[in-house]
Design a protein around this ligand. Structure first.
Ligand code: MOS
Length: 762
């Protein structure tokens, strides 16, 4: 059950427009009828099938690899190992001082007898069918020289080192004032340590690639969030110019950050297809995704909050220790949001890494905030209790008037409004501050809340838009729709711009031959691609208007005193009007086109002058069975302030997804790393638990009316990842409110709650 409040758009331009309307996905019917073609489904003649064999040790060397039996199997075409794989450049630098390197560096495969992590690809079997390839892989005999690996984060905290930067290029450490002195002197304080486990994103569509060579150019049908990154990374690995790599990814079955860079399927399909001179398909199995498609690292977080007796924070400290791959660093920006969230004069945030023998960690939905807010917003709840303050009141008392570390104003910030509106709608006044106070039979009832913050960003990009002699508008850009609704909102933007129905607009995405964008990631997709398209439409309208005023063939020629306008599929100048299609047919029978570009936020004055974030407040009601400790999420509400909402229907789906991730992070998700062998034990969806429909009860999303004129020409701010930020903490706080048991080691499973539950009188 859900309810969505659709905001009234403010500006007059949008009142009559399509942007802001909850229109259904324009690609919805293609998807539900099976006509949307995903990576592995692209049909080409003569495609062969690859199957990846992964290492059975986590660290060491391959001494012998015997594929003779496998080669004899009928239908086997090729077996590629480190002995015969094409030469590739060396892996790039292990650290990433600048952000682009991580996307564009060579990622060679099968280039050494070294094994760096469990299930690292050691062979690719290519055969006429997938089944043959898989069966043949089972006949390959491998002898290893195994070395002892390092896997235990907690035992190795003393070995932690300071990386140069966190992900996304943030400072590793930031200190303002005197945190140590202020915290020591604070009359009320919390010093709590939280643990979050390894987690794996599991998009419905596993990573898959079909590689087709034509001469010295390759076309890669794959499942990618950012085409330019895939193109650059694969070109580096193949040692060819990027112009010779075409990436095609029109439909993507989810990404969550796991499809931002090229993985084994892409590299191995391209290598094998070149060797065999025929198309090759390679997909990761679900189990293989756990070692070969990134993860969120295990972390230990210490949060220290010092306050005066009125609940004003004097000191905020957030220290993070995270596991990282020993051969490729990834430092999630877990404490970076803390720098902007609450006021306090003395502040300290630090990130440290502990190397382990795992594959690289990667971006996983809301890198930073997802684990960081899970810990930090629980610490705020702990402080509120110590102060005897309502958790919302504590946050309101520490609401900053400007960004507390950068000292610049906020572009827009409605966190307090989100919390107040949420409290009113959720019935927050029914919450009892004393844990365990509300009971319904065997069930203990608890209420919890948490704040949400997520940076707003724009990635540089270009869009091309064309109009033909029938009045049809076509937009092309290498943007992707990973399930978020990109096709739909871009259709809305173009249709509104030309005042034509959505049916007159075609948006084409997912081909690296189209103008380059920042793709889908970091919640920047809608604002970045949308702004580029908005500018492209304006540029094209300008060209049309110019033609309307000046072309010999224009029926509107000479009506110079009034600016032309687009309305209802017509162009009007003063009292004269002409149908848009008719007009283009007359003045430009071959159609007209224009491009629009948007600069990266970091290159803009607005980004330097304003602190730009989206905000929200999450509310949760849980029940905990007082006999069994079973935790159920009964209700959730999220109130969101994220600028103008381009499409409340697709936006709501994003937030619902994030809230569901919150349930997972709080109560279920954990990949268990076997410290003896270095493999993830529960590497499938039977044993890696995520919330299913039965776990997601009554969820409501409310968008506050907001328009951020500092963010971009659309007035929108990113919201894709906002839904998960803090959502898990709201549930954890509700579990505490229900039971009085504070679990600081996630996920909160019943075995951790049960020992602390009040004993029921029999
Ligand atoms: Mo997102 S984790 O930046 O795709």
């Amino acid at each position: 059950m859900t309810e969505t409040t659709i905001p009234e758009n403010r500006s007059s331009e949008t009142e009559t427009g399509l942007v802001g309307q909850p229109i259904a996905r324009v690609d919805g019917s293609l998807k539900v009828t099976g006509h949307a073609t995903y990576a592995y489904e692209h049909a080409v003649n003569g495609a062969a099938y690859g199957y990846i064999l992964g290492a059975a040790i986590a660290k060491g060397r391959i001494v012998e690899i015997d594929s003779s039996e496998a080669e004899k199997m009928p239908g086997v075409l090729h077996i590629m190992t480190h002995r015969n794989a094409p030469a590739q450049p060396e892996f790039g630098p292990a650290v990433t001082p600048t952000v682009p390197e991580v996307f564009t560096r060579a990622r060679p495969m099968l280039n050494s007898d070294r094994v760096r992590f469990y299930d690292e690809p050691i062979a690719l079997v290519v055969a006429e069918t997938f089944e043959t390839a898989r069966a043949a892989a089972g006949l390959i005999r491998v002898r290893y020289e195994e070395e002892r690996g390092a896997f235990d984060l907690s035992a190795r905290i003393a070995d932690a080192y300071t990386p140069r930067r966190t992900n996304a290029g943030f400072e590793t450490d930031n200190e303002i004032g005197d945190f140590g002195g202020a915290f020591a002197a604070a009359p009320v304080k919390v010093d709590a340590t939280y643990r979050t486990p390894y987690e794996h994103h599991n998009p419905m569509e596993p990573h898959a690639t079909l590689a087709v060579w034509s001469g010295d150019e390759v076309t890669i049908y794959t499942s990618a969030q950012t085409l330019a990154n895939f193109q650059a990374g694969l070109a580096s690995t193949l040692g060819i110019p990027r112009e010779r790599v075409r990436i095609v990814s029109p439909f993507i079955g989810g990404g969550f950050g796991s499809k931002l860079i090229v993985h084994a399927d892409g590299v191995l399909a391209a290598l094998a297809a070149r060797v065999l001179r025929r198309p090759v398909k390679v997909a990761l199995t679900r189990q293989q995704m756990f070692a070969n498609a990134g993860y969120r690292a295990e972390m230990v977080q210490q949060v220290r909050l010092g306050a005066d007796r009125d609940g004003r924070l004097t000191s905020i400290g957030h220290d993070v220790w995270s596991a990282t791959s020993g051969f490729e660093e990834f430092c999630e920006q877990t404490a970076v949001f803390t720098r902007s969230l609450y006021a306090a004069p003395n502040r300290l945030t630090r990130h440290r890494l502990v190397p382990v023998d795992l594959n690289r960690g990667e971006w996983m939905r809301s890198p930073g905030e997802a684990p960081g807010m899970l810990a930090f917003e629980c610490a705020m709840d702990e402080l509120a209790e110590r102060l005897g303050l309502d958790p919302i009141e504590l946050r309101i008392r520490n609401e900053p008037t400007e960004d507390p570390e950068r000292g610049v104003p906020f572009s827009s910030r409605n966190l307090v409004a989100c919390m107040r509106e949420g409290a009113r709608r959720f019935g927050w006044e029914r919450r009892k501050p004393t844990p365990g106070s509300i009971r319904e039979g065997r069930k203990l009832i608890g209420y919890g809340m948490a704040a949400a913050i997520r940076p707003n960003y724009i990635g540089a990009g270009t869009a091309r838009v064309a109009i033909d002699a029938t009045g049809r508008v076509t937009a092309r850009l290498d943007m992707t729709d990973i399930g978020t609704g990109t096709y739909t909102i871009l259709t809305q933007i173009a249709a509104e711009s030309f005042r034509v129905p959505t049916a007159a607009v075609k948006v084409e995405l997912g081909d690296s031959r189209f103008p380059r964008t920042a793709g889908s990631g970091g919640s920047w997709g809608a604002a970045s691609a949308g702004s580029a398209l908005h500018h492209a439409c304006n540029a094209l309208k300008e060209r049309i208007m110019e033609a309307a005023r000046s072309s010999d063939r224009s029926p509107l020629r000479g009506a110079n005193d009034v600016a032309p306008i687009f309305v209802g599929g017509e162009i009007r100048v003063g009292g004269r009007s002409v149908g848009l299609a008719d007009f283009i047919g007359r003045i430009a029978p071959d159609g007209m086109e224009a491009i629009g570009t948007v600069a990266a936020a970091r290159d803009t004055e607005s980004y330097r002058a304003y602190s730009q974030h989206s905000y929200g407040a999450h509310f949760a009601e849980v029940t905990v069975d007082s006999d069994t400790g079973e935790i159920r999420t009964r209700r959730m509400l999220s109130v969101i302030g994220a600028g103008r909402i381009l499409n409340p229907k697709t936006a709501r789906s994003q937030i619902l997804g994030g809230m569901t991730w919150g349930i997972g992070a709080a109560l279920m998700e954990e990949t268990v790393l076997d410290p003896r062998y270095g493999h993830f034990v529960n590497h499938d969806l039977a044993e890696y638990h995520v919330p299913v429909n039965g776990d997601v009860a009554d969820m409501e999303v409310v968008f506050l009316e907001e328009y951020d004129d500092k963010a971009n020409p659309l007035g929108a701010k990113g919201l894709g990842e906002l839904g998960v930020c803090g959502a898990g903490a709201a549930i954890a706080n509700a579990v505490y409110n229900a039971t009085g048991v504070r679990v600081r080691e996630f996920p909160i499973t019943l075995d951790k709650v049960l020992p602390g539950l009040p004993v029921t009188a029999i």
